[in-house]
Design a binder for this molecule. Structure first.
Ligand code: NAD
Ligand code: UFG
Length: 362
């Protein structure tokens, strides 16, 4: 039977790509988003890209902190599982406005979990982050590394992970998968959906993209004195379509049965997963300069660089182990940095102002 999935934050960057993969994978998708950091145009484009499957997508503009509206939604629909992307994600802003981050991310999540519990929907995939590894002492990061948060945003991820572990301990009907993303980049190969951050981008590739289309004069490289191959920071960049497919793999894991045949008849489609965590990355480290060079090759554009000091709080080298996700989710990233940059440029060149117009962006 077709599974009906609720996707919070589904109009955003990773959410919109995942909704498309869900629809193409035969799922029904109900998206809720307050559009704080996204555009409804993304939803329209996902519907178009999904072709005949587009009819299986429903969108509600809704804030997770609006408990009444959330109750209303759950009272009128049956969800088989929830993928929870909704949240604020700018590290610097979280340092300046911690209460905003705790209010939005933590209270939003508690509302969601409470309403899910009341309505007996206890399957969840949550967007965590490699930020919970802090400044890792060694790489690749494995899921059992000690956890640490270095800013309020990171703390919201850490707290929500702990909340999920606690609700499972209190009620074993919960089945939760925490996905720790490394650095999502790129766009759908159609160039029709992609990342469209509001204001000045915080992250490397959205900034590079805006330099390439002439919206910014140069890229500031934060630190070239790290003990890395070329002195610049190293990260595990992952194509957003691979990342989206990781969510489908996680959902399948939640629905699959890995218990005995006799029990399967009783607990059909139930999996014995409790609260599990998986890294979603490629397992490869790439430096800032390597990424810029791959983007220049893909776009044919020169990216002027300004070398600057290290960005406070930045780790030197972060990349993840993919062994657990490969083994237990049967998922592995397919794309490398050349494809990431190709698709990022395809999106950027077709949509230099994202979903907006030159007047609607800074
Ligand atoms: P995004 O900002 O593009 O998407 C998040 C969406 O959530 C936005 O559409 C926003 O409008 C919505 N939203 C925020 N608060 C809401 C609320 N209270 N109610 C309803 N909707 C709300 O971000 P993204 O890059 O797609 O990230 C998705 C998730 O993945 C986030 O939780 C983020 O923290 C996490 N994550 C992202 C990265 C990254 O580098 N992009 C890395 C690790 C983890
Ligand atoms: N960088 C620059 N110039 C820029 C932006 C970034 O040189 O303008 C460098 C950074 O110093 C770092 C690398 O590019 O070495 C990657 O930086 P990002 O900001 O793109 O990514 P981070 O790994 O620092 O952090 C991101 C998200 C976090 C998330 C983490 C892991 O911002 O929220 O990925 O998923 F936790």
């Amino acid at each position: 039977m077709t599974k009906n999935i609720l996707i919070t934050g589904g109009a955003g960057y990773i959410g919109s790509h995942t909704v498309l993969q869900l629809l193409l994978g035969g799922f029904k998708a109900v998206v809720i988003d307050n559009l704080d950091n996204s555009s409804e145009i993304a939803i329209k484009r996902v519907t178009e890209l999904a072709g005949d499957f587009g009819k299986n997508l429903v969108f509600h503009q809704l804030d997770l902190r609006n408990r009444e509206a959330l109750e209303q939604l759950f009272a009128t629909s049956n969800f088989d599982a929830v993928i929870h992307f909704a949240g604020l994600k700018a590290v610097g802003e979280s340092v300046e406005k911690p209460l905003l981050y705790y209010n939005n991310n933590i209270i939003g999540t508690i509302n969601l979990l409470e309403v899910m519990a009341v309505h007996g929907c206890k399957k969840l995939v949550f967007s965590s982050s490699a930020t919970v590894y802090g400044w890792p002492k060694e790489v690749p990061c494995t899921e059992d590394f000690p956890l640490c948060a270095t800013n309020p945003y990171g703390r919201t991820k850490l707290f929500i992970e702990e909340i999920c572990r606690d609700i499972y301990l209190s009620d074993s009907e919960w089945k939760v998968i925490l996905l720790r993303y490394f650095n999502p980049v790129g766009a759908h190969p159609s160039g029709y959906i992609g990342e469209d951050p509001r204001g000045i981008p915080n992250n490397l590739m959205p900034f590079v993209q805006q330099v390439a289309v002439g919206r910014r004069p140069s890229l500031t490289v934060y630190g070239n004195d790290y003990s890395t191959k070329d002195g610049t920071g190293v990260r595990d960049y992952i194509h957003v379509v691979d990342l989206s497919d990781g969510h489908i793999a996680a959902l399948r894991k939640l629905f699959e049965s890995n218990i005995g045949v006799a029990q399967q008849l009783i607990f059909l489609f139930e999996s014995n997963i409790g609260c599990e965590v998986y890294n979603l990355g490629t397992g490869k480290g790439t430096s800032v300069l390597e990424m810029v060079s791959a983007f220049e090759k893909a776009s044919g554009k020169k990216i002027p660089l300004v070398m600057a000091g290290r960005r406070p709080g930045d780790a030197e080298v972060v990349y993840g182990s993919t062994v657990k996700a490969e083994r237990e989710l049967n998922w592995k990233a397919k794309y490398g940095i050349d494809e990431m940059c190709r698709d990022q440029w395809n999106w950027a060149s077709k949509n230099p102002y994202g979903y907006g117009s030159p007047d609607s962006t800074e």
